[in-house]
Design a protein around this ligand. Sequence first.
Ligand SMILES: [Zn+2]
Ligand SMILES: [Zn+2]
Length: 254
Amino acid sequence: MTWQPVDCHAHSTFSDGALTIEQLVECAAARGVKPSVADHISRDVSRSITSIEQVQVYLDTLDQYDVLRAGEFCWHDSLWRELPAALVRRFTHRIGSLHAIRLPSGTLVHAFSKRAPEGLTIEQYMDAHTDTLEQFAREMPVDIIAHPTLVTLPFRSIDIDTLWSEERETRVVNALFDAGIAFEISSRYPAHERLVQRAIDRGVRLSLGSDGHTREQVANIVRPLALTRKLGVADEDLYDPSRHGSKTGAQPHS
Ligand SMILES: [Zn+2]
Ligand SMILES: [Zn+2]
């Protein structure tokens, strides 16, 4: 069988996506991509799955389609901690997101806030981002970190060399390697190439994710795949839950 890329991260109308499951599956098939649905499962996203009962309905629905069953869980929200093990096992793979990071004071800084807390410097913010990512990797049982370089809106246009130092990048890839969490190459929030190269050099697995919400975006992983190929990553080594398993899912993790 010829290799097919997997879009490990796409949203449907179960959360904030525009496509039904059926449309999402068709859309991926038209692009020659294996689909997975990864809706938001969090009480801190405005259109999201917000209860254990809703997770049950979501998984029951996904079972009726030929599609990988994922979820995008916010680290800073507690819903993922409350899911019963029997439900957790039904996901083919699970994605963790830092949609907020925690400052040493305990204050959360949300990725989509329009204003940063008064007086917060970029250095302090990025140190907290790195600390939070290390904590996330230690405690959250997920297979993929979504958009690892997503930073809060007020800092999003700042250049990479100001945000990222060699030390921060090394800490990030070490934390992901130690935890066995794949680094998402996102169509939506692309990571800079130097960090992707560092992840590869450390032996961190990479995962393709459109983070698509619309027909134009879902399963459109052309740019992430071009990057992994340019950097010499074998297609077969890109994360595919049906080949590599999941830390918490029905299939063993390899
Ligand atoms: Zn996200
Ligand atoms: Zn997403």
